[in-house]
Design a protein around this ligand. Structure first.
Ligand code: PEP
Ligand code: MN
Length: 343
């Protein structure tokens, strides 16, 4: 439930309410939006059934929440959340482009990729050190040495870095080396991992499960928010489908839908979303037109030699041509048409 406070509610009245909620073994999260103070009650609401919060001084109304997620809901937080990463604000006015290889393969390779990412005008370097692979015989990533290579390459070229954590035991080392922790599609409902991610202060990029509904995805985000970390970025990366012509069916309708349902920023991964480098630029442009706050794109200096996901990696020059187009589309999508050259 959400407790909406009256405009003139005093700090003492607010404290009394928070104490009553906490005394029932629940969590009270106080937030202020549009000069309105609301307290979101977290936990098993049955524990507070006998207490009428509406009768407390300073309370305007108590709103029962029917959705299975609350902190992720737009109703709870009408304004867009902006997650600060380095000099970028994901969910803010500007589009954020994250790019790099599927996996960190060598020090030389990730430095070459970082240089290309920087030259293309993207600001965040991606690269997996712990790779979730379908077969145990496929390249599994370099592990901890890969994390260090990624961080060093990012630092050298002034790029923030993002990489995946697959296991609760790796969360701390990933948090130490990366600016954003990625939770992959296969782990979207790994609740132990979500809870561990919630204990860090790092931004968490939460990919949509490959066969999960938008509601399940927002519930997964809720685990992280409810655990105390409000720096969540959602990432649409496509769903399994009957059609083998593409690797996944990229659900771009989730972008405007999530914008309605939630205040969290959302980015799109057209690389895993299609599995085909020739389709990535068009789907990246479409994602921005649909309102995405950013892109996560695979790019490899030598795509044919990539040890994973070679078919979907862009060439550096394709990324460099794409990034300015994405920024121009973002301006149109936000209605800043007058700022476009020649418009
Ligand atoms: C990745 O981005 O490296 C990845 C493995 O993606 P997904 O979890 O979407 O398959
Ligand atoms: Mn990949």
């Amino acid at each position: 439930m959400i407790v909406v406070l009256r405009a003139g509610c005093t700090p003492e009245q607010r404290i009394a309410l928070v104490r009553a909620i906490e005394a029932a073994g629940l969590r009270a999260r106080v937030s202020e939006d549009h000069h309105r103070v609301v307290i979101t009650v977290g936990g098993d609401e049955d524990r507070i059934r006998g207490v009428s919060l509406a009768a407390f001084d300073g309370v305007e109304k108590v709103v029962a929440f029917k959705k299975p997620y609350r902190l992720a809901a737009r109703e709870f937080h009408p304004r867009d959340t902006v997650v600060e990463v380095g000099t970028d604000g994901i969910g803010g006015a500007h589009l954020v482009v994250m790019a790099g290889p599927c996996a960190v393969e060598s020090e030389e390779g990730i430095f070459a990729a970082a240089e290309a990412v920087r030259a293309a005008g993207a600001t965040i370097l991606r690269g997996g050190a712990f790779k979730p692979r379908t077969s145990p015989y496929q390249f599994q990533g370099l592990g901890k040495p890969g994390l260090k290579m990624l961080r060093d390459a990012g630092r050298h070229f002034g790029l923030a870095v993002i990489t995946e954590a697959m296991d609760t035991r790796h969360i701390d080392q990933v948090a130490e080396h990366a600016d954003i922790i990625q939770i992959g599609t296969r782990n979207m409902q790994n609740f132990a991992l979500l809870k561990a991610a919630a204990k860090t202060d790092s931004p968490i990029l939460l990919k949509r499960g490959r066969a999960c509904t938008v509601e399940e995805w927002l519930c997964a985000a809720e685990y992280i928010l409810n655990g105390g970390n409000d720096r969540v970025i959602l990432c649409e990366r496509g769903l399994v489908s009957f059609d083998t012509a593409v690797r996944n069916q990229l659900d771009l309708s989730s972008v405007p839908l999530v914008k309605r349902l939630s205040h969290l920023p959302i980015v799109v991964d057209p690389s895993h979303g299609t599995g085909r480098a020739d389709l990535v630029p068009a789907m990246a442009r479409a994602a921005v037109a649909a309102g995405a706050d950013g892109l996560l794109i695979e790019m490899h200096p030598k795509p044919k030699a990539a040890r994973s996901d070679a078919a979907q990696a862009l060439l550096p020059e394709t990324l460099a041509a794409l990034v300015p187009q994405l920024h121009a589309i973002r301006e149109i999508a936000r209605g800043n048409v007058a700022e476009l050259p020649g418009v």
